[in-house]
Design a protein around this ligand. Structure first.
Ligand code: FMN
Length: 209
């Protein structure tokens, strides 16, 4: 199937079958997600893959989303709660190492990032970081669909509880959105055959001449 067909095939799965995703496919989704674009390339977020059923029961308790527990794997996208000079310097060192150039060659780029990012408040930077995490979420959704793996993006979770149970605050992170992965329960998920509801392209898009 091509990408459009795969995106028509995907839907926000409400009931998973219990079938597990194999490690190779999971890795492909994670690799694709890592290839997602991010503003300045900083990737100011991290992803936690939660498999453990007991932990997922705790995470999902009280949520209206049983997918937190019933999916094969749960991905938690967590954004940096503040951006520091160390984040920027680590990023410069990483670019220099990957591209085999002296870090000094990145002085202008570093100055632009320091001037732009560090002049904003921590809250502004957290919101910016969260937006980058959402772009990665979109990439993960597409990658999963291309592999015919089902998924549910979710904001219906207790972020404070996730942060505590996954010890995210200690890592300078806050959970922002989660993604359940697995295989649809075709028999029991009433959403399987629902027609997709989307705007007409003409209502979504304006071509500006
Ligand atoms: C950021 C985000 C948060 C969402 N949160 C939930 C959620 O908590 N529970 C749920 O069942 N679906 C959730 N959804 C799924 C949407 O309801 C779904 O994508 C939308 O209705 C369109 O349907 P489709 O994805 O099946 O085409 C979320 C989707 C997004 C993008």
């Amino acid at each position: 199937m091509n990408t459009i067909e795969n995106l028509k095939w995907r839907y926000a799965t409400k009931k998973f079958s219990g079938q597990r995703i194999d490690a190779e496919d999971l890795n492909k989704i994670l690799e694709a997600t890592n290839l997602s674009a991010s503003s300045t390339g900083l990737q100011p977020f991290r992803i936690f893959v939660v498999e453990n059923e007991e932990l997922r029961k705790e995470l999902g308790a009280g949520s209206f989303n049983p997918q937190i527990v019933q999916s094969s794997h749960l991905l938690v996208f967590a954004a940096h709660n503040k951006i520091t000079l160390a984040h920027i310097e680590n990023y410069m060192a990483h670019i220099a190492q990957q591209r085999d150039i002296p870090v000094e060659a990145l002085a202008d780029f570093k100055a632009a990032l320091v001037g732009g990012i560090l002049s904003r408040s921590d809250e502004e930077n957290f919101n910016w970081a969260a937006r980058q995490a959402y772009i990665a979420l979109g990439t993960a959704l597409i990658a999963a669909a291309e592999l015919q793996i089902d998924s549910t993006p979710m904001e219906g979770f207790d972020a404070a509880k996730f942060d505590t149970l996954l010890q995210l605050e200690e890592k300078g992170l806050r959970s922002v959105v989660i993604l359940a992965l697995g295989y649809r329960d075709t028999e029991n998920d009433g959403f399987v055959n629902l027609k997709k509801v989307r705007l007409d392209l003409a209502d979504l898009v304006t071509f500006v001449q």
